[in-house]
Unconditional design. Structure first.
Length: 218
């Protein structure tokens, strides 16, 4: 049913979420779908050279340009994997036979955060798979996120096994400050090498955070 179908996935940021999106790419690949990605320039490297990705569309900041690019193409399915106002707008403008938006469980998360209500834990990869199951009938287990691109992380094969950490965030106020301690724990307790990933803008942040760890590879 899904073999040869053209699918558009919309996810503009951030790096960690786009790496997790490779789980959905794997599921679509298993279905034989032709998958296209709409993202932003800093994250092209996550998908370049990935055989599961048939095409990459870029939103460079001009909303009208992105819409014009979308309108030139037709998809069987379009899925907003970001779920914010701008990506919903792009989904609305995309030419696709069927469309879906990821359910981010906002209310459940607010109940857990503010009222300490116990909620069912659902991984991000599972959330990404839900619309693919609904629209395309994927019935297999949730694939693990896996990079198959020319992304720099694939250059560290001699360090296997290694943990790849992404300390960057959309804004400074959302930065988790305990990545250095986590890196030390991974290295000391499990004997696993640590590689720090991120965009060019994240490089200075990573150097500041990990300056006292000589055995963490940047």
């Amino acid at each position: 049913m899904s073999k040869g179908k053209k699918v558009l996935l919309i996810r503009l940021s951030s790096l960690g979420d786009l790496v997790l999106l490779t789980s959905a790419l794997e599921a679509l690949s298993e279905l034989g779908a032709e998958t296209h990605i709409l993202t932003t320039p800093p994250y092209v490297g996550v998908f370049e050279g990935d055989p599961r990705v048939a095409g990459i569309l870029l939103h460079t900041g001009d909303r009208d340009d992105t819409v014009r690019s979308l309108r030139k193409r037709h998809y069987d399915f379009a899925i907003d994997m970001h779920g914010k106002a701008l990506t919903r707008y792009f989904l609305l403008k995309a030419r696709a036979d069927r469309k879906a938006v990821i359910k981010k469980r906002w209310l459940a998360r607010q109940l857990a955060l503010r009222l300490h209500v116990r909620i069912k834990e659902v991984s991000v990869t599972e959330l990404y798979l839900n619309p693919i199951k609904k629209l395309l009938g994927f019935a297999g287990p949730t694939p693990l996120p896996r990079l198959k691109s020319d992304f720099p992380a694939n250059r560290f094969k001699e360090l296997i096994p290694y943990a790849l950490l992404f300390p960057g965030a959309k804004s400074r106020t959302r930065i988790w400050p305990y990545y250095p301690e986590l890196a030390r724990l991974i290295k000391d307790e499990f004997g696993i090498n640590v590689v720090i990933g991120g965009t060019a803008e994240d490089r200075q942040l990573a150097r500041e955070m990990f300056s006292r760890f000589a055995d963490v590879i940047d």
